[in-house]
Design a protein around this ligand. Structure first.
Ligand SMILES: *[C@@H]1O[C@H](CO)[C@@H](O)[C@H](O)[C@H]1NC(C)=O
Length: 210
């Protein structure tokens, strides 16, 4: 049970990139947060204005406009005059994505704090849809998760390799760094594969199948 927990913890650690930050939005200034997203990955974000007077309704001038865009201006989220919300979409193009925040009113001048939690990667997928009772289904689910993680790591490696090639062209000095990250990805892959085997073995032993 403990091993399983550790395994799941490691897996979820590997499969998520979470950006959890508090942003300061000045009146009249648009603040954008950038995130490098990979095509076909899922991304989910949640945001909420921090109420300066807890227990009271949020003052009108702390309400915000929120827009989420890709580099090519394609818009994925558009909310006006809100105090909290969420966005989620499947990435259709590699590259930088922006979540931009601005207060809807410029006067009076205030600083509005916004909590943003932006997750991307396989964990953002909704596993709950797949969860059913019974151990066979549970194992299927585990396998499905692993498969996704492996695919994700594989894509990540391909992406890194592609990046590496671009970088080599741009600057020979970055070569060794990218080489290290390639090696790191490989080690990551190998350790995940090892964990999988170990996990499956203990799963089957527990179920007395082998
Ligand atoms: C908002 O924050 C900025 C920088 O942190 C500061 O310069 C400015 O005076 C603040 N404005 C208000 C209205 O508190």
């Amino acid at each position: 049970m403990k091993a399983r927990l550790v395994f799941i913890l490691i897996l979820s650690f590997l499969s998520t990139i979470t950006k959890s930050i508090r942003i300061n939005v000045e009146s009249g200034v648009t603040k954008c947060i950038t995130e490098d997203l990979r095509i076909k990955s899922m991304t989910v974000g949640e945001y909420a204005v921090v109420n300066p007077n807890e227990g009271q309704p949020l003052p009108e001038h702390h309400r915000i406009y929120v827009g989420v865009f890709a580099e090519n201006q394609r818009q994925f989220h558009d909310a006006r005059g809100v105090e909290s919300g969420q966005f989620g979409f499947e990435v259709v193009e590699d590259g930088k994505h922006f979540a931009c925040f601005a207060t809807i009113k410029h006067e009076p001048a205030v600083n509005t704090s916004v909590d943003l939690n932006w997750r991307s990667g396989v964990s953002a997928k909704s596993w709950s849809r797949l969860i059913k009772k019974g151990s066979v289904e549970a194992m299927e689910l585990e396998l499905k998760k692993m498969e996704d993680t492996i695919n994700w790591i594989h894509e990540e490696m391909l992406y890194l390799r592609e990046r590496e090639q671009q970088m080599v062209k741009q600057n020979m000095n970055t070569n060794s760094i990218m080489g290290w990250s390639g090696l790191f990805s490989l080690l990551l892959c190998l350790s995940v594969a090892g964990l999988q085997l170990w996990h499956l073995k203990s799963f089957f032993e527990k179920k007395k199948i082998i």
